[in-house]
Design a protein around this ligand. Structure first.
Ligand code: GDG
Length: 570
């Protein structure tokens, strides 16, 4: 929208995540309704939205009939800056529940025993990443920044690079497995363009200017084949340089791609269990910037690249096919003011008073976790049981309010966990409970933001016992809600947050005795110590916010050119 053409157009930022942050519903009259969700990522991007032209691409979470899509797409884009990637239910299920949550999720959290590798799920993962790449590549223009989120989309950077340029990233998967070279095309030509991703562009014949090819182009929902031309490349160019030349012809050069992993990246000794370990690494190596929550995760990623791909790495990145993928640490945060201000609401204050009356004379420990085996809920319950056994004077004087938010209920491991936790809660309550008193208040449901804030403010301690956790934002939220009480934060050393939240009581959740001891210290800690801990913690949480995280990552990505810091090697 530059009338004079001289003004610099604002930077475009495209964020890609598995789910769009919008929930779509259709009422009895056939009318569509949209509701924006308020997740962490939404607030994290609020800073970038102020200075950039912003679009969010993702799966809308629901099947939309083809005839309704024009209307839905239009409203999503105009009202919410969102653009959908449609997946049918079967593909979405195999991609999300199948590969993402039954293979990558357990493996990245050091649960190889829970990993169910199934080739059909891998194919679905690839296919879904392909669909995303098609939508993003159609959408993006020269100079755009594309920021890919999380483990559901680890092949997207590579597929996107191939599509925007027609020049394949050297990923073996793209070359061999996705190769859908049309029959009947001259062998020599096929060889010449094998670097391109067939199925996206197919070579037809050589001309003086380059290679004529047929490009698959989607128009009005129909797949058309259009003639396009790929230039002859001078000898000795890296894949990166060829990609840029070819992309320029299509008006899609200078596109920077970032990737952020919200989970841990495991040690290479665990990562190498993955049957498709090469493909996943190659998938993200076409990025300009790859971000992790902690230094350890970044280091594990780099050492996996060395051990599995045989690549040489630098402490801050890795050169691959002429492109430099910078690797860095960007610990996420929250918007603490949402909790500080939320707590001032009359409704929340009223609820807090009611809860305080209900639990008078009794200390409250809060646990808030998705019901996921990485959150160490059984470990937490075991530690509470040991604590109550060794300190019977606390029976009747402390309760654990454990919120377990239903999660991924279609996956078998989650159903097993649910049964296990039900059993433990029943056993412990049966053992220590009386008619008047139960030590564990267990809720298997989600609660409103207001209720959650009131519970955070009520609690004298918060207990996070994850056996692995990318970061853990519950700890941040509890700290933000404790300006009055200065409650103790008991935090697993296996949560990324343990690297940042200095002032917490750190525990190893597998060490039941130490965890029980930590519960004891948390409850008995004097007000001065609690205050000084809380001040340190709140200081950190206020400084390293979600918005700061988003802005820092995007600013770094803006700065990068794709070239190695000291020019191309060799
Ligand atoms: C992944 C990584 C990383 C939960 N129940 C309710 C509710 N919540 C909100 C919490 C918090 C969020 O859900 C949970 O965030 P976590 O960070 O603890 O965990 P994951 O969902 O596993 O997130 C994690 C994160 O990505 C970000 O990178 O930190 O390590 O696993 O915000 O408040 N909110 C409301 N009602 C509930 O019942 N309102």
């Amino acid at each position: 929208s530059q009338a004079d053409g001289g003004e610099k157009k604002s930077q475009r930022l495209i964020v890609v995540s598995n789910r769009l942050p919008v929930t779509i519903s259709k009422d009895a009259n056939g009318e569509y309704h949209f509701k924006m969700s308020s997740g962490g990522l939404v607030s994290a991007l609020s800073g970038c939205k102020k200075t950039m032209e912003f679009t969010w691409i993702g799966w809308p979470g629901k099947y939309i009939p083809v005839e309704d899509r024009d209307h839905v797409n239009d409203r999503l884009l105009k009202e919410y800056n969102c653009f959908p990637v449609y997946l049918n239910d079967d593909l979405a299920d195999k991609h999300y529940n199948g590969f993402s949550n039954s293979i990558l999720w357990p493996l990245f959290h050091y649960h190889p025993g829970e990993m169910n590798f199934d080739a059909a799920h891998w194919l679905a993962y690839r296919e879904a990443n392909m669909r995303f790449a098609e939508v993003v590549s159609n959408f993006c223009q020269s100079g755009d920044m594309v920021w890919v989120q999380d483990y559901h989309l680890m092949l997207l950077p590579m597929l996107l690079r191939s599509m925007i340029s027609g020049e394949s990233a050297q990923g073996e998967m793209v070359r061999k497995e996705l190769g859908r070279v049309k029959e009947g095309v001259d062998d020599e030509v096929v060889k010449d363009v094998l670097g391109m991703q067939p199925g996206v562009a197919q070579a037809v014949e050589h001309t003086d200017e380059g290679v004529e090819m047929l490009d698959d182009v989607e128009e009005d929902g129909e797949l058309l084949q259009m003639k396009a031309r790929r230039p002859h490349f001078p000898r000795g160019l890296s894949t990166f340089q060829k990609q840029e030349i070819a992309a320029k012809e299509k008006g899609k050069d200078g596109i920077r791609i970032g990737f952020f992993l919200h989970t841990p990246f495991p040690s290479s000794e665990i990562y190498r269990v993955l049957p498709v370990r090469r493909e996943i690494l190659l998938g993200v190596l076409q990025c300009d910037l790859i971000g992790f929550h902690t230094y350890d995760y970044a280091r594990h990623f780099l050492s996996s690249c060395t051990r599995i791909l045989g690549l040489q790495t630098q402490p801050n990145g890795i050169e691959f096919e002429g492109r430099y993928a910078q690797v860095g640490t960007y610990p996420i945060g929250i918007e603490p003011m949402q909790f500080v201000e939320g707590l001032q609401q009359e409704k929340v204050q009223k609820r807090l008073k009611a809860l305080e009356t209900r639990f008078q004379g009794c200390k409250v420990i809060i646990g808030v976790d998705r019901l996921d085996y990485i959150k160490g809920i059984p470990q937490k319950l075991h530690a509470l049981e040991v604590f109550l056994t060794q300190h019977p004077e606390w029976i009747g004087k402390v309760v654990l309010v454990q919120l377990a938010i239903p999660s991924r209920q279609d996956v078998e491991e989650y159903q097993n966990l649910r049964a296990c936790v039900n059993e433990l809660v029943g056993r412990i309550n049966g053992r220590f409970g009386t008619v008047e008193f139960m030590p564990i208040h267990y809720l298997h449901k989600s609660v409103s933001f207001e209720e959650l804030t009131a519970m955070y403010a009520l609690a004298d301690a918060c207990l996070v016992t994850s056996t692995r956790d990318g970061m853990n934002l519950v700890a941040y939220e509890y700290i933000s809600s404790q300006s009055q009480r200065h409650g103790s934060m008991v935090l697993s050393e296996f949560a990324g947050a343990a690297q940042s939240l200095n002032g917490s009581i750190l525990i190893n959740p597998w060490d039941t005795q130490s965890t029980a001891d930590a519960i004891h210290s948390a409850l008995e800690m004097g007000p001065e110590q609690r205050k000084s801990n809380w001040e340190k913690l709140f200081n950190y949480v206020s400084k390293y916010t979600a918005e700061a995280w988003g802005t820092t990552f995007v600013n770094e990505l803006t700065r990068l050119s794709g070239l190695p810091p000291n020019g191309p090697a060799g």
